[in-house]
Design a protein around this ligand. Structure first.
Ligand code: CU
Length: 271
């Protein structure tokens, strides 16, 4: 008897905790409401199953609390059909919103502007493609003190790339952004909770995802992969600006070519 009551209290307590706890998704600041819908539908489906199974458990524990003899029933076609049907409905409900979100997620809008985020133990830096809207090629072999992002010095597309050697980046509001991700060392993950969408940075390959920031403001970038002892300090800031403020900020940043010229001067004065 008492164990039935304990299970009942745990069930009701869990549901109330979920409904009334202050810890829930931060207010969304991107286009990805379809991801929130998928999460909400998952909560409703798993919540309904959680209540149904625990209620059944409480019922059985209380009804058969007196010692009684179990009888053997190897087949019950009606029950199996019902279980198969309702399990299928549940799984279809869990999968459909996710597939809908995924179909949008893998299709980058044609007008998306490219921003690159580079991860390394334990900081972020960024690169914009400049006026030609194309990022210059990169290679690990070009990485040096004067060229920490490894931009190919012989690639004309890289000359006007805007380098942000800082963990704070600005982006314009209301425009789709294709965020290209690259890691210099180990697995990292670019995650801004308010944007919902996220992606791993995989050493040796280039990954990407897209989003449209919908609210002006300042958001924290977290690395969401345990990437070493300094993982917890691998944070950055993304500031979503109106177009004018963003353009003014971007124009003040240095491009790869002057950065290289600076490097040559350094060598010259030394020589
Ligand atoms: Cu990391």
């Amino acid at each position: 008897m008492w164990i039935g009551i304990v299970v009942f209290v745990l069930m009701v307590g869990s549901v109330l905790f979920h409904l009334f706890s202050p810890w829930y998704l931060t207010p969304i600041a991107s286009n990805w409401t379809s991801i929130d819908n998928a999460i909400n539908v998952s909560f409703w489906v798993t919540g309904a199953v959680f209540i149904a199974i625990n209620s059944f458990l409480v019922y059985v524990v209380i009804k058969y609390r007196k010692r009684s003899r179990a009888h053997y029933e190897p087949e019950n076609a009606k029950l199996e059909k019902q279980l198969t049907l309702w399990t299928s409905v549940g799984i279809a409900l869990l999968l459909t919103p996710g597939l809908y979100a995924w179909a949008q997620f893998v299709n980058i809008p044609a007008d998306a502007s490219v921003v690159e985020a580079i991860g390394q133990q334990w900081q972020w830096s960024f690169r914009f493609p400049g006026k030609d809207r194309v990022l210059g090629t990169v290679d690990v072999k070009y990485i040096s003190d004067n060229n920490p992002m490894g931009v190919n010095p012989d690639d004309p597309y890289g000359r006007d790339d805007v380098l942000i050697e800082d963990s704070t980046v600005h982006i314009p509001v209301g425009k789709p952004i294709k965020l290209v991700l690259r890691s210099k060392d180990v697995l990292h993950d670019f995650f801004v909770p308010q944007f919902r969408a996220r992606m791993n940075l995989v050493p040796g390959s280039v990954t990407y995802f897209w989003f449209t920031p919908t609210k002006i403001g300042e958001y924290e970038i977290l690395c969401a992969q345990l990437c070493g002892v300094g993982h917890y300090v691998m944070r950055g800031t993304v500031i979503v600006d109106d177009q004018g403020t963003f353009d003014a900020w971007l124009n003040k940043q240095r491009t790869f070519a002057p950065a290289r010229a600076g490097a040559h001067e350094l060598v010259k004065t030394r020589g």
